[in-house]
Design a protein. Structure first.
Length: 258
């Protein structure tokens, strides 16, 4: 049953059939090629994951995209399972009046399937380049299957901003975590437990939903039997915007054993 949850291994895709979300240096034909266009986290894996010890740990990478975090954490000695969206029907976007999601759902889904295929291809392309042992599960972050078991460390890196219901996604991932839970996101730096809308009318960013506050993260972790043990603020390079952006890394530790 467990083997059926993991995606079957794929042959190495063609590079032109891939979309790399993270800037990545790939070993290729005795040299190195650099791919990716959105975020450049190279050399920053420890900052991004709160310097949590990953060696020998079973780690879940929720919202893996092209797998940059997965393959970097694997280099740190972790056994990693990636998790990512399986189909565009899972998405729900803000009501931008001229967006395909609202004006032509069939065309939106057609284009969305191509985009997801290209993203999945990039994970498998990198998987081959790095000779990775990581496995991947496709589904919805709102319902991570119990059958994949428990993880020493769960990482959610900049996925929550793209979800209409981030609390539900956090809750699902918390059920899989037996020790450390790491979230890296933009956040409201206040202890008031709130979340604020990121997009604005006319911004043409219907996928930018919420930034939760530090206080809200703290309360959610307390509810689930965790304690926030560190909060770090770092600047990371957003290649698509050609600028550095501040992100918070929140590390929580489970207090109530599972």
């Amino acid at each position: 049953m467990l083997d059926q949850l993991y995606a079957a291994p794929r042959p190495k895709p063609r590079l032109e059939d891939c979309h790399f979300y993270h800037v990545t240096d790939l070993p290729e034909d005795g040299g190195t090629i650099t791919v990716g266009s959105d975020w450049d986290l190279r050399g920053r894996i420890h900052d991004y994951t709160g310097h949590v010890d990953l060696a020998g740990k079973r780690v879940l990478d929720v919202g893996t995209a092209s797998g940059f975090l997965t393959f970097e954490m694997e280099k740190c000695g972790a056994e990693v399972v990636s998790f990512d969206v399986d189909k565009p029907e899972r998405y729900f976007l803000l009501p931008e009046f001229n967006d395909l999601f609202w004006t032509d759902r069939a065309e939106y889904l057609r284009q969305g399937r191509k985009q997801i295929d290209r993203l999945h291809n990039s994970w498998w392309y990198a998987h081959h380049c790095f000779k990775s042992q990581a496995k991947v599960v496709y589904g919805t972050a709102y319902d991570i299957p119990d059958e994949i078991g428990f993880f020493d460390v769960v990482v959610m890196g900049q996925i929550l901003v793209h979800l209409s219901d981030p609390v539900r996604a956090i809750s699902s991932a918390l059920l899989r975590c037996k020790d450390r839970f790491v979230i890296t996101e933009g956040a409201a730096d206040t202890e008031t437990p709130i979340m604020g809308l990121c997009a604005r009318a006319g911004s043409n960013t219907p996928w930018s939903w919420w930034h939760l506050s530090i206080g809200l993260y703290r309360e959610l972790f307390k509810m689930a039997g965790f304690e926030v043990e560190q909060i770090n603020k770092n600047s990371f390079y957003c290649a698509s915007e050609a600028t550095n952006m501040d992100l918070f890394t929140i590390v929580a530790r489970r207090l109530i054993p599972v």
